[in-house]
Ligand binder design. Structure first.
Ligand code: F3S
Length: 393
């Protein structure tokens, strides 16, 4: 029995009166809504699309995009792709990959999607507000905007976020409703954690919680930038759509009546870091998964200012607008001998064309880079100060 009721205009789209692409889009939303128990579609303020790198979506993805190509009806941003369009890199790619990647970019451009090419579109491009209903793909950004901003999105896939961008609506279920946002597990952490340790907490908790929303206690001083690392690591290892941090995130008081309790101490964090880290000397230090904020670039610039670079290559990843807003920091890092890339990232670019051993402070990258389809890398996962020891004389 149908439970999702469409308006008359939505029925017309469903019946194909607004064209084939819109029909495919609304039918996809309808099916997802029926599965999720939604009774209606609700308007969204923005969308964010993943599935941009040719490395990830391949020929099948291009064919799907051609079929569904249609103007979007809300502001829509786009995830990173396989290389830096304006400046090239981070590694050499073949002509076939370049051509296919640009074909994908052109399809998205024709749809009216912005050239953001970042997994942190909430810096400058597409910043939702508390309570906004949105439809976002890119799991690390989904957790971040649900948790840190209080915007409302389910964990959408590239195709479902694109369908929502075209129709301007999403099914009203899951994270769009208060009951879908309650914590059902309390996680007591016994010491304040920095960026890399929060990433390790995410790697540790992901498989344990699977999709349960946690309320994390003991991190009252955690900053948004550090919680971005937790967002990414949790997103890589679980289906969790959001977390709450006691006293920090805007909806931390949303908690179910009798939550489970998990205690995490420094030994679990240290063990997770060492389990995810190879002992091999890196050929490349890569920072910026998720993409860096201006203040992170400024922090790194301070660490390298006036110093001499040695050892492995030193690559940072961010978006074009963040680069433009941190121009001085970028210049300092480039004078030191580092490279700052936009549009792409260490995971979706074909890094293994040139590197086999990478050092990073990203829990998400430490999870993906060793996988065969993502780079087959030996990864040294460690804090930023330890990474800097490889490159600063
Ligand atoms: Fe972003 Fe790429 Fe990491 S999309 S979260 S930098 S894997």
């Amino acid at each position: 029995m149908k439970q999702l009721l469409l308006t008359r205009e939505e029925e017309k789209i469903f019946d194909g009166e607004r064209g084939e692409a819109a029909k495919i889009a609304i039918r996809l939303l309808y099916s997802l809504g029926e599965l999720g128990g939604a009774s209606r579609l609700i308007p969204i303020k923005s969308a964010h699309i993943s599935g941009v790198s040719y490395k990830n979506i391949g020929e099948g993805g291009i064919q799907f995009l051609r079929k569904i190509s249609h103007k979007v009806s809300v502001p829509t941003s786009l995830n990173p792709l396989g290389f830096d369009i304006e400046h090239g890199g981070p590694v050499t790619i073949d002509e076939g990959f370049h051509r296919k990647q640009m074909e994908i970019v052109e399809i998205y451009r024709k749809m009216g999607i912005m050239d953001s090419f970042t997994c942190t579109p909430y810096y400058f491009y597409n910043e939702p507000a508390f309570g906004d209903h949105i439809s976002w793909a890119e799991s690390s950004a989904i957790i971040y905007v649900n948790s840190l901003i209080g915007a409302r999105t389910n964990r959408e896939s590239g195709p479902s976020a694109l369908a929502s961008a075209i129709i301007g609506k999403t099914p009203d279920h899951g994270l769009h409703r208060d009951e879908g946002r309650r914590a059902s597990v309390v996680v007591n952490v016994d010491e304040p954690l920095d960026y890399t340790k929060l990433a390790a907490l995410g790697l540790y908790l992901g498989p344990k919680l699977n999709k349960l929303i946690p309320l994390i206690k003991g991190q009252k001083k955690a900053k948004s930038i550090d919680l971005k690392a937790l967002s990414a690591a949790l997103s890589a290892t679980s289906s969790i759509p959001m977390f709450h941090v006691d006293g920090v995130t805007p909806e931390y008081q949303l908690i179910s009546d009798s939550p489970e309790v998990i205690n995490v101490g420094s030994s679990e964090i240290e063990e997770t870091i060492s389990k995810n880290s190879s002992q091999e000397e890196p050929e490349l230090i890569a920072i910026g998964c998720p993409h860096l904020a201006p203040e992170e670039l400024e922090y790194i610039a301070q660490l390298v200012k006036g110093k001499r670079k040695v050892g492995p290559d030193f690559f940072l990843f961010t978006s074009r607008d963040v680069k433009a807003n941190a121009r001085d920091a970028v210049r300092t890092i480039e004078n030191f001998g580092g490279k700052v890339f936009a549009d792409t990232c260490m995971v979706v670019s074909p890094l293994s064309n040139s590197y086999a051993k990478t050092g990073t402070n990203s829990g998400k990258a430490s999870f993906y880079l060793p996988l065969k389809g993502y780079g087959n890398q030996k990864v040294a996962f460690m804090g930023i100060m330890d990474l800097m020891k490889w490159v600063v004389a």
